[in-house]
Write a protein of this length. Structure first.
Length: 202
């Protein structure tokens, strides 16, 4: 499957516009608008989790981008969420570094993923579908994991997988263009990993 096989000429032009817009992202609100509006036409989702760092050492930074209440980055217990994210990243490695879908039913994920009940899971009890992709950083050990979540069961399909694969490099570059605040840098002395600025609507 290719973009040309699933998109009309007009849709393909729109997709290229989405990519072009990502190059101009400089602020947190730019990123939020791009993900919550432009990207939705090709990868509908309610929540995007971006996690990056060294998953093998548990040194991971976190962003949660969503319009939903109760899903603010600063309100999520990162340490409780880390085992799930590490499990997803490991599964991505085992899946030959290909995007994959996980469906949720009654608060539980598919058996192939270890899903731990956390404060975060309580806040997203309506989530029924997830789509995962990552980027393995062979040079800087700053691996990046992207998890799209939806309340609609079966939201993600083969077309979604294609666009997740195509859009992930632009998720990655867009995030790298947005500066961290001082409180968001990793404290190498205490081992405390501060979260990024809340990118949900106020």
């Amino acid at each position: 499957m290719t973009p040309e096989s699933v998109l009309s000429t007009a849709e393909l032009k729109s997709f290229l516009s989405v990519i072009e817009t990502s190059f101009a992202i400089r602020r947190h609100d730019d990123l939020f608008r791009w993900l919550s509006k432009d990207v939705q036409g090709f990868l509908p989702h309610e929540i995007l989790i971006a996690a990056w760092g060294d998953f093998s050492l548990g040194i991971v930074h976190l962003d949660v981008i969503s319009q939903l209440p109760g899903l603010r980055t600063t309100e999520i217990d990162k340490q409780n969420l880390l085992p799930l994210l590490s499990g997803l990243f490991s599964h991505w490695i085992e899946s030959e570094r290909s995007p994959f879908i996980v469906s949720f039913h009654d608060g539980k994920a598919m058996p192939s993923i270890v899903y731990r009940k956390t404060e975060f899971s309580d806040a997203i009890t309506d989530v029924r579908s997830s789509l995962i992709q990552a980027i393995k950083d062979e040079r800087g050990r700053q691996d990046c994991l992207y998890v799209a979540l939806s309340a609609k069961y079966g939201r993600f399909d083969e077309r979604s997988v294609l666009f997740m694969k195509l859009l992930t490099p632009y998720f990655d570059s867009a995030l790298r263009q947005v500066s961290l605040l001082p409180i968001q840098y990793f404290d190498t002395t205490t081992g405390v990993n501060d979260n990024r600025e809340d990118m949900t609507t106020s």
